[in-house]
Write a protein that binds this ligand. Structure first.
Ligand SMILES: [Zn+2]
Length: 67
């Protein structure tokens, strides 16, 4: 994965389990050795994936009304 800012390949710093976060169960920390940008990648939990699937099914059946 490349740095958003400078395109240098990011260095993976580690994975951490999240606490008190029902929608994301893991976060990976990456950093850029060139410009020092830090990137967190949040891994979706099964709950979030399930809710998204349910939402997709509903939105296919019925178009959402504009607010
Ligand atoms: Zn960079």
């Amino acid at each position: 994965m490349k740095c958003w800012h400078c395109g240098t390949e990011l260095i993976w710093g580690g994975d951490h389990d999240t606490e008190d976060n029902e929608y994301y169960d893991m976060v990976s920390n990456l950093s850029c050795p060139n410009c020092l940008t830090a990137v967190d990648v949040w891994h979706p939990s099964e709950k979030l994936i399930k809710e998204q699937e349910d939402y997709d099914k509903k939105s296919k059946k019925k178009k959402r009304k504009k607010l």
